[in-house]
Structures are given as structure tokens and as C-alpha cells.
Design a binder for this molecule. Structure first.
Ligand SMILES: Nc1ncnc2c1ncn2[C@@H]1O[C@H](COP(=O)(O)OP(=O)(O)O)[C@@H](O)[C@H]1O
Ligand SMILES: [Mg+2]
Length: 476
């Protein structure tokens, strides 16, 4: 993968997108503005010119053809209008010859003949409006209005007023310049802003992807430290959570493998040792039966641990279907307790059983709930020292039934209490004396309880340990 090349593409993409949209929006705005201005300006000028044209035409008729005004005062009038409108006024006869020009004849039109086509609409009594340099006869870009002169019915040519548009063009050029300036400034500003913003985003993003790569390659301790006060910081936090879970899973996995291997190897080693002993005669025939018994016990242990591991992993994967129904719970408790009778009397334990109310119907999975009872009672019997006592209490609390199993034992520290639920966690006491356990019992119990949507807690005071769990009451 070509990483170098990919760097900064996010920035580039955004910059291009933003620049194009700025360009388009300001260009459209500028064009609209120019168009609007142009139309407004021309329209008002046009009206003015038409009005003046009309007036001049009638003045000329009066001056030239009826002799009411003298030519001098007409010239003066035209001069005034020329300055007032900033327009050149031409008098053209019916053949197109320019007879009279206001002002200094800067355009040199005097005496020339204009394009005869321009007279055509005038001849028919219409006026003419044109934009440009009047067939190149003018120096400046102008708006020209031509107005016909009629003496009675007779066409006598027309008045052409050329109003310079240089002013308008200058204004339009200014708008154009301002628009371009604004576009450039806006693009520069947004691009700078974007660049800073994106650098702020892309650096932590790069850190995230770097960290992800590290984690993928097995460095689970990698953590991010992003302080941007936004979604990226949230991403960093979630990322760290993920890394933590992964680290924990990895730790669990490593522990699990170590534990399983250890717990499987011990019984297997002794089985192999005894079988070899029997085969090579180190163990005398009269002891065979005794050792075969041990081999049987160890093999049973192996089967038990594999079953428990399988059961737990099935449950954790949600592969176990729970089958809830209503049943009488106290009966189940008594029966399960009776199954421990021999071990209880052997250890001379005192057992107290207080079941509030005669019967108690619960709604749960009978088989798995019995499994919970069996594991908890097994622990109680196993970990209570000889001559100690076990107390079992059941009572109702709102829509739940609570069962407490308390036994005498050394107090367990809070930190240790939390670890009790972990797979393969065995208390120190359990390691030597109670070899039969694998530390899976409570993990299984908790998995069942949580899948049944119930709660289980453990507490420990000086001299005793108490497990309490809930079971949903059956609805009558
Ligand atoms: N009733 C109890 N009293 C004292 N300690 C207990 C009790 N139940 C469990 N524990 C402690 O919790 C550990 C884990 O229990 P568990 O998961 O059932 O494993 P195991 O019974 O195989 O040792 C035990 O090893 C023991 O140290
Ligand atoms: Mg146990």
C-alpha cells in the first residue's frame, strides 16, 4: 500500500470542494449583480434619452423648419444637454448626413453619412435604441437613442443621442474586480481555516490508525491520548476502551490456555505414571486395584474439567437454550441439600435451613438453577472447615425470591472477592487441600445467573462468606 501518496488526500479533497463552491457562488453573485446593475443603469438612461430625443426633435423642427427658434439658441440648448446627459447629440438629415453635432465634434461625425439602415425604423416613425460604438463612428462605448423628425407627414431625418457608457463600464469593471477580490480572499481564508482544521483532525486520526496497526500486530498496551474536545477525542476514548478489552481478552486467553494445560497435565501425568508402573511391574500386582482406582478417579476428573470448559464456553457463546417454567423451588433446594448429606456428616457440619413460607413457586430453568445450587452448596461444603456451619435462607423480596448460602470460612478480601468469578480462579486455600476443583464452578454459576436475568452477589465478613442470588417468582 502506498501510504505516502495517500497522505493529505482528505485535505486536498476538502480544499477543492470548498474552493469550487466558493468560486461558483461568488461568480454567480457577481454576474447577477453586474447584470442587475447593467439593466438598471441602461433602463433609466434609455428613458431619459427617449424623453430628451423627443424634446430635441420638436425643438429642431421649430428651429430649422418653421423658424420659430433661431439656430444659435438651438446650438446652446444642445450644448447644455450634451453636458447634462454626458451625451453627444447628432442631427441627421433624411439621407443620413450628419448636419449638426453638439460640442466639439470629438468623434468627427460632422458631415459624415451614417449607415442608412439606422434610419429605417425612424422612417417608419419608431425610435432606435442601440448599444456600442454606432458602427465605429464613436470613440466610446455608448447607448444611442435615435428619434425621428417629421415635418407634417414628411420624414426629415432624426436626432441621435449617444450617451457614453464609459461610466457604466467603469462601474461594472469595479464590480468585477471587487467580486474577484472577494472570491480570492474568501478562498484564501477558507483554505487557511480548512488547512488548520484538517491538520487538527488528521494528526489524531493518523495516531489512531498508527495505534490500530500496533494493536493489530499484538501490542495491546498501546493507548491514545487525544485532547481535541470533539468527536475525535471521543473516538480516542472508545479506541482506548477497545484496546483495554482486547488486552483483557488476550490476557484471559493466555491465562486460559495456561490453566487448561496445567489442569489437564496434572491428572494425565499421574495416570501415565501409574499405568507405566503397572506395566513395567514397579507397582506390585496386589496394589493394582488401588492404583486402577486412582487412575479411574483422575480420568473422571479429566472428563469433568473438559465438560465444564465446554459447558462454560457453550454458555458464553449463547449456544445453550434455557427453558423457563414455573416450579416449586423449596423442594429443589431440599433435594439438592440432601445429596450432600454424606459429606456434611463426614465433616460434622451444622446446617441451618430457613425457607420462609411453605412453598415458593418460581419461574426459571429448573435444570440450570439446580446446577447453580449444586455448585454453591458444593463450595460451601468444600470450603467450610470441619465442624463449621452452613446457613441457607430463602425469602421473598418484591417480585423476586432471594436465596442466601452462608458458611463459616476465613474472610476473603474485597479484591479477591471480585476475582472469585473468574475462570480458573482458585483461592489459595483451595489449591492444596481441595484439589477436586478447577475454579470453574463460580464462573459457570455467574454465567447461568446472568443468562437467566438474575443477580448474584458475594460478601465476606470476619469468619464467613455469603452468596446471595435472586430467582423470579412465578406469577399466580
Ligand atoms: N463458600 C465458599 N467459602 C469460601 N470460599 C469460597 C466459597 N466458594 C468459593 N470460594 C472460593 O472461590 C474459589 C472459586 O470457586 P469455584 O469457582 O467454585 O472453584 P473451585 O470450587 O473449583 O475451587 C474457590 O477456590 C474458593 O477459594
Ligand atoms: Mg466450586
Amino acid at each position: 500500500m502506498d501510504r505516502k501518496k495517500k497522505k493529505g488526500t482528505l485535505l486536498k479533497k476538502l480544499l477543492i470542494t470548498y474552493s469550487i463552491s466558493i468560486l461558483i457562488s461568488f461568480a454567480v453573485l457577481g454576474l447577477l449583480l453586474m447584470n442587475f446593475f447593467d439593466r438598471y443603469f441602461i433602463e433609466s438612461k434609455k428613458q431619459l434619452l427617449i424623453e430628451q430625443g423627443k424634446r430635441i426633435a420638436s425643438d429642431i423642427v421649430l428651429a430649422y423648419y418653421t423658424g420659430v427658434h433661431d439656430k444659435e439658441s438651438l446650438d446652446n440648448n444642445l450644448m447644455v444637454l450634451d453636458t447634462f446627459l454626458n451625451a453627444r447629440i447628432w442631427l441627421v438629415d433624411e439621407k443620413g448626413t450628419v448636419l449638426l453635432v453638439s460640442g466639439e465634434n470629438e468623434d468627427g461625425g460632422l458631415g459624415k453619412t451614417i449607415d442608412i439602415s439606422k434610419l429605417r425604423s425612424l422612417y417608419r416613425g419608431y425610435y432606435l435604441i442601440e448599444r456600442g460604438r454606432f458602427s465605429n463612428m464613436l470613440k466610446e462605448h455608448s447607448l444611442t437613442v435615435g428619434y425621428p423628425i417629421f415635418l407634417g407627414e414628411q420624414f426629415k431625418g432624426g436626432v441621435f443621442i449617444h450617451a457614453s457608457l464609459s461610466e457604466l463600464q467603469k462601474t461594472l469593471r469595479d464590480i468585477y474586480k471587487i467580486t474577484i477580490g472577494v472570491i480570492l480572499a474568501a478562498m484564501l481564508l477558507t483554505n487557511i481555516g480548512l488547512y488548520l482544521q484538517i491538520r487538527r483532525i488528521s494528526r489524531p486520526l493518523r495516531e489512531v490508525s498508527e495505534a490500530a496497526r500496533k494493536i493489530a500486530s499484538g501490542e495491546f498496551q498501546k493507548r491514545l491520548k487525544i485532547e481535541t474536545n470533539d468527536e475525535i477525542e471521543e473516538l480516542g476514548i472508545s479506541f482506548n476502551h477497545m484496546a483495554e478489552s482486547l488486552e483483557k481478552i488476550e490476557e484471559n486467553r493466555a491465562n486460559l490456555v495456561a490453566n487448561i494445560s496445567h489442569d489437564l497435565r496434572t491428572p494425565m501425568t499421574s495416570v501415565i505414571g501409574f499405568v507405566e508402573g503397572i506395566l513395567d511391574g514397579t507397582i506390585p500386582p496386589e496394589s493394582h486395584k488401588k492404583y486402577m482406582g486412582i487412575i479411574l478417579e483422575e480420568s473422571k476428573r479429566l472428563v469433568k474439567i473438559t465438560n465444564e470448559i465446554l459447558e462454560l464456553s457453550n454458555m458464553q457463546q449463547g449456544a445453550v437454550a434455557f427453558d423457563k417454567a414455573s416450579f416449586e423451588f423449596y423442594e429443589a433446594v431440599r433435594r439438592r441439600l440432601i445429596s450432600f448429606e454424606k459429606r456434611i456428616t463426614d465433616k460434622r457440619l451444622r446446617v441451618e435451613l430457613i425457607l420462609e413460607g411453605e412453598r415458593s413457586y418460581v419461574y426459571s430453568d429448573r435444570v440450570y438453577l439446580d446446577r447453580v445450587l449444586q455448585n454453591l452448596l458444593d463450595n460451601a461444603v468444600k470450603f467450610t472447615p470441619d465442624g463449621g456451619s452452613i446457613s441457607i435462607k430463602a425469602y421473598e423480596e418484591s417480585d423476586k425470591l432471594k436465596l442466601e448460602i452462608e458458611n463459616t470460612s476465613e474472610a476473603i478480601e474485597a479484591a479477591e472477592l471480585r476475582k472469585l468469578w473468574d475462570r480458573f480462579h482458585k483461592g489459595d486455600a483451595s489449591r492444596g487441600k481441595h484439589k477436586s476443583g478447577f475454579g470453574l464452578g463460580l464462573a459457570i454459576v455467574r454465567e447461568i445467573i446472568s443468562q437467566l436475568d438474575e443477580d448474584i452477589t458475594v460478601e465476606s465478613r470476619e469468619g464467613c462468606v455469603k452468596f446471595t442470588f435472586t430467582v423470579a417468582k412465578a406469577r399466580e
